[in-house]
Design a binder for this molecule. Structure first.
Ligand SMILES: NC(=O)c1ccc[n+]([C@@H]2O[C@H](COP(=O)([O-])OP(=O)(O)OC[C@H]3O[C@@H](n4cnc5c(N)ncnc54)[C@H](OP(=O)(O)O)[C@@H]3O)[C@@H](O)[C@H]2O)c1
Length: 339
């Protein structure tokens, strides 16, 4: 049995879902993978809780985890440096919401964890966008793992397929419906809902970004595209290299008229190798019935890889909610210890 210390940064939608999921699955993880996850500490922006005996963790998770500050274990002075002790191997699970330009606050936390010999898995895209190469190189130099499936499509296994199943192929293009919120909005508008109602529904499902402007202005899809394309196509794109047109402006009439012509309007994110350059964009596109992403509706996501030797390979589905993101974090942790 391998004991894995877990420090959890961020206790919002995804952080709580992760704590709950890993607690629910503790016996399965022990039996199937020989892994015993030990939640050592949980942090919010205002402090944290350091967990000692398993019973304390159980109490926290069994109750309303959102009210962590009411726990007798709550410590507003607790700093991440305390549980991230050097030499004690474990995983920092990053569920903060960081600025994509500075990468903070997640970037500082990830740097600290790697410097102290901890693996990192992150749902937070900000640090990766700001310092992708630096973080990957630091982790590799130190023999540590940096897992970011949860930031690059979460339950949609885009990276697993692109990096694992397509090994040895050269990928000429990646095309995806990478944002569940905007796909849900387009689907609901096609069914007659107005934009604001559809967005509110997506927020109620917990799938919208903490700031939903990130979804509807295309930033979330652009960031996922960046992570998937840079990882699987060996590129070094920056956010500025991606042309992004916001979702706003697409009305019901356009959706209905496209449907009459056998087309579907989708908020597509695409990177393509052209003769002399790389074209990268996120925009509403009309796709025909024959397109592999045509039927990807609602909160579903999907990605198609155009390869030189395996043809077009598409993966679709995967839950688009905090529990799906939590499951992707858990998968990355399992794969760290499996390898
Ligand atoms: N929601 C999804 O389905 C989903 C899917 C994939 C990826 N993601 C990504 O996952 C991340 C979390 O999303 P969310 O929906 O869980 O956001 P959220 O509900 O806003 O939670 C963010 C958490 O981060 C905490 N935090 C902020 N600064 C911190 C700091 N310096 N140290 C420790 N904790 C800090 C916040 O503390 P307070 O509680 O004190 O505010 C809060 O608990 C985001 O980066 C998001 O893009 C979300």
């Amino acid at each position: 049995m391998t004991d894995v210390g877990i420090v959890l940064a961020g206790f919002g939608n995804v952080g709580r879902a992760f704590a709950r999921l890993s607690f629910e699955k503790r016996q399965f993880l022990e039996k199937r993978y020989g892994l015993r996850l030990r939640l050592r500490a949980v942090f919010r922006s205002t402090g944290g809780i350091r967990l000692g005996p398993a019973s304390a963790a159980e109490r926290l998770l069994a109750g309303d985890a959102a009210r962590a500050e009411e726990s007798p274990l709550w410590n507003p002075k607790l700093r991440m440096s305390a549980p991230l002790t050097r030499g004690a191997h474990g995983v920092l699970v990053v569920c903060t919401a960081s600025d994509v330009h500075t990468g903070e606050p997640g970037l500082g936390l990830i740097r600290m964890a790697l410097a102290r010999g901890w693996h990192v898995v992150t749902a937070d895209k900000g640090p990766l966008v700001a310092r992708f190469r630096e973080l990957r190189e630091t982790a590799a130099r130190k023999g540590l793992k940096l897992g970011y499936s949860a930031a690059a499509g979460a339950a949609l296994p885009a990276l697993d397929v692109g990096l694992g199943s397509l090994a040895g192929t050269e990928i000429a293009a990646v095309e995806g419906i990478l944002n569940g919120t905007t796909n849900y909005i387009l689907t609901r508008m096609g069914q007659g809902a107005d934009f604001d109602t559809a967005l509110r529904e997506a927020q109620a499902k917990g799938i919208a970004e903490p700031d939903p402007a990130r979804d509807i202005e295309g930033l979330d899809a652009a960031v996922k595209l960046l992570l998937i394309a840079n990882s699987t196509m060996g590129l070094d794109l920056r956010l500025d290299d991606i042309e992004v047109a916001p979702l706003a402006g697409v009305g019901r009439r356009a959706l209905v008229s496209a449907a009459k012509r056998g087309l579907a309007l989708k908020y597509l994110a695409k990177v393509q190798r052209e003769t002399r350059k790389i074209r990268a964009e996120v925009k509403v596109s009309a796709i025909p019935r024959t397109h592999p992403l045509f039927g990807v509706d609602g909160t579903n996501k999907g990605v198609t890889f155009l390869t030189d030797s395996m043809g077009a390979v598409t993966v679709t589905g995967g839950k688009s909610d905090p529990r799906g993101a939590a499951a992707a974090l858990l998968k990355d942790i399992i794969n760290i210890y499996r390898s």
